[in-house]
Design a protein around this ligand. Structure first.
Ligand code: NAG
Ligand code: NAG
Length: 299
């Protein structure tokens, strides 16, 4: 098979990435027909509502359980889609939802590993779900932090396009956190696969700051059990930015935690969340420092 490597120059910042690839380079992933996807998802339910849209439960004829997401927000042609699929397919981390396959045709789908327990958001809000223990919550935020470290510091190109949100953190059968909606097929099309070479210093700093902020909000969600909706988030962030916040800290703890949490850990996590969500002035610590801190905490 001849590999075509054409560089399209419709947008200078894209050149670096637009080596066309063909489907044979995706042999490490499964290629499903649209028909097969339809059959596998027929009558099935939504497993989670991610920021980018719903993912459906799927069961294929060979028994494979998976989650299927339709990709609507990707206007570019087939080759560009393959390129994205290839990049996503090469991400491997135990705290990322892994890509298993894809489907192109009239509709485009991504097929992901199945995560049994749905989204963190549901576990925080649905009284019928098993309440999460303090330890589990600590492991969840650490898992997400580990996934971020991987995406930022160990991937080439680094992946900036993530949205950390209790809707986008899925849980497997052992309550391991798996970050979903990662990467390249989202709404902010221009960030696709930018490398360090193309993303300026300021752009990287800005992305890092956003991510750190979102991580702070996630910590607040885990502590309070209140999922971040636009206005709810603001209130929690405002609360933690108040200089007296430690005085009322026991009042905001998720009642589902009972008294299983450790007050000292709670206090330090709140201080981390406060530093993460500070928007005035320069960031108080780097991405790596916060990841390192959380990882040590969970060990
Ligand atoms: C997803 O959103 C739909 C529509 O808002 C809702 O009916 C459904 O219960 C949600 N499902 C999950 C798993 O969150
Ligand atoms: C998290 O995702 C949900 C679902 O898409 C969205 O409604 C909510 O605004 C998001 N929250 C943040 C802070 O982005």
């Amino acid at each position: 098979m001849v590999k075509v490597a054409v560089v399209i120059s419709f947008n200078p910042s894209y050149n670096f990435w637009f080596n066309l690839i063909d489907i044979s380079q995706l042999h490490f992933l499964r290629h499903f027909s649209n028909k097969n996807i339809k059959r596998a998802t027929a009558g099935f339910r939504i497993v989670a509502n991610l920021s980018s849209g719903p993912v459906y439960r799927a069961k294929f004829q060979d028994g494979l359980m998976a989650m299927v997401k339709e990709v609507k927000t990707f206007p570019q042609g087939k080759a560009a889609f393959y390129k994205e699929v290839q990049l996503l397919g090469h991400l491997h981390h135990c705290h990322l939802v892994g890509l298993r396959g894809f489907s192109t045709g009239r509709e485009r789908f991504l097929v992901f590993e199945y995560t049994e327990r749905g989204s963190l958001k549901e576990h925080l809000t649905d009284p019928l779900k098993t309440p999460l223990t303090w330890k589990t919550r600590l492991l969840i935020v650490t898992g997400v932090a580990a996934a971020l470290e991987y995406l930022y510091f160990f991937c080439n190109p680094p992946i900036y396009h993530v949205s950390i949100n209790s809707s986008n953190v899925l849980l497997d059968e052992n309550f391991n956190a798996k970050l979903s909606d990662v990467g390249l097929l989202g709404s902010r099309g221009n960030h696709i696969g930018k490398s360090h070479l193309l993303c300026s210093r300021e752009c990287m700093d800005q992305e890092c700051r956003n991510i750190i902020f979102q991580l702070g909000v996630l910590i607040l969600e885990l502590i309070t059990g209140q999922p971040s909706e636009e206005d709810g988030t603001d209130l929690l962030v405002q609360w933690v930015q108040d200089s007296n916040f430690l005085r009322s800290m026991h009042k905001i703890v998720d009642p589902a935690l009972g008294n299983t949490y450790d007050s000292i850990e709670l206090r330090t996590l709140l201080i981390v969340a406060r530093l993460c969500t500070k928007t005035d002035g320069n960031p108080k610590f780097s991405m790596q420092q916060i990841l390192w801190y959380l990882q040590r905490k969970a060990d």
